[in-house]
Design a protein around this ligand. Structure first.
Ligand code: C2E
Ligand code: MG
Ligand code: MG
Ligand code: MG
Length: 288
């Protein structure tokens, strides 16, 4: 009976569901080819000191230009990649590609600071993930401290033995940031237990922080929590000068957002860095 009911329900919503299922299938099949066809690339978004003077690192963000579907945003394809398990190979591609590129830029003296990459629950769950991390770092010739993995609160909830897994990663010397912070349900005890370096305040709270008391309260609470637990803070989605100012007044030291730079292709990122040369405060770059 349940089966019949299920089928009836399915048929009632058939047109819309079929559309969604088709798009999902097209994305899933497209992704399988994307790596082989060279349709994937990385964009780079600088992470800066809150005064905008120092680049402290960059986040690598996956881009997909599909032959069939055109430009597909990560908000559309990452969920499909996660559900289908394709994220495992995509994630390895991102890790290898971003480390190799970052290492090359470091050796050329073009960047310094940390490379941040997004890691999803399935990757963390994988027992070989830690070995892959260590191997890829070695292959690229980077120090573990150069790498920061960004994991969301929601992802962590889905990973069994998450504390042990993260501890092994932290023991390698890799930094760990909690991404989209404030949108999930991390308990204080969880935050205390995990070997985190940084909380990354979700852009949803930054957006109206200048005018909305409830958002202000949330950001203040997060900042107090970070302080109490000895965690670094970074704000994402900083678009306006008055947001920057508000965060600076609260004691934030780092940010990421369109006020400073959008995510850019590697070529544009290099150009952006070069254009900053000679601007005030940039002289302290490249001390190596
Ligand atoms: P995220 O990790 O929270 O990355 C930040 C997103 O906010 C990026 O979107 C970035 O372009 C966007 N952003 C940055 N500054 C601003 C701003 O000032 N205003 C606004 N409105 N947006 C800003 P993007 O590149 O579309 O990525 C979306 C999400 O897809 C990421 O969110 C991340 O969760 C996921 N993602 C991207 N690349 C990867 C990847 O390689 N692996 C995994 N697992 N997930 C990825
Ligand atoms: Mg991120
Ligand atoms: Mg984020
Ligand atoms: Mg986000």
């Amino acid at each position: 009976a349940a089966k019949t009911a299920g089928r009836n329900r399915f048929e009632r919503y058939h047109p819309r569901m079929a559309e969604v299922a088709n798009e999902r299938l097209a994305i899933e099949q497209g992704l399988l080819q994307a790596m082989l066809n060279g349709e994937l690339s990385l964009h780079w978004q600088p992470q800066v000191s809150l005064d905008g003077r120092r680049v402290v690192g960059a986040e690598a963000l996956l881009r997909w230009t599909s032959v069939q579907l055109g430009q597909v945003g990560p908000d559309r394809f990452i969920p499909v990649a996660e559900e289908s398990g394709i994220i495992r190979s995509l994630g390895t591609w991102v890790l290898r590609q971003s480390l190799a590129t970052w290492a090359e830029w470091c050796r050329a003296g073009l960047v310094q600071g940390r490379l941040a990459i997004n890691v999803s629950a399935l990757q963390l769950q994988d027992d070989t993930f830690i070995d892959v991390l260590a191997r890829e770092l070695k292959e690229a010739g980077l120090q573990p401290q150069d790498l920061e993995i960004e994991v969301t609160e929601t992802a962590l909830q889905r990973v069994p033995q998450v504390e042990q897994r993260l501890t092994r990663i932290a023991d390698l010397g890799i930094q760990i940031a909690l991404d989209d912070f404030g949108t999930g349900y991390s308990s204080l005890s969880m935050l205390k237990l995990l070997p985190l370096n940084r909380l990354k305040v979700d852009r949803a709270f930054v957006h109206d922080v200048v005018t909305t008391p409830s958002d202000q309260a949330i950001v203040r609470a997060i900042a107090a929590m970070a302080d109490a637990l000895g965690l670094e803070l970074i704000a994402e989605g900083v678009e306006e000068e008055d947001q920057r100012q508000w965060l600076a007044n609260l004691g934030f030291k780092e940010a990421q957002g369109w006020l400073f730079a959008k995510a850019m292709s590697g070529v544009d990122f290099m150009r952006w860095l070069a254009d900053r040369d000679g601007t005030p405060g940039h002289a302290d770059q490249g001390g190596a």
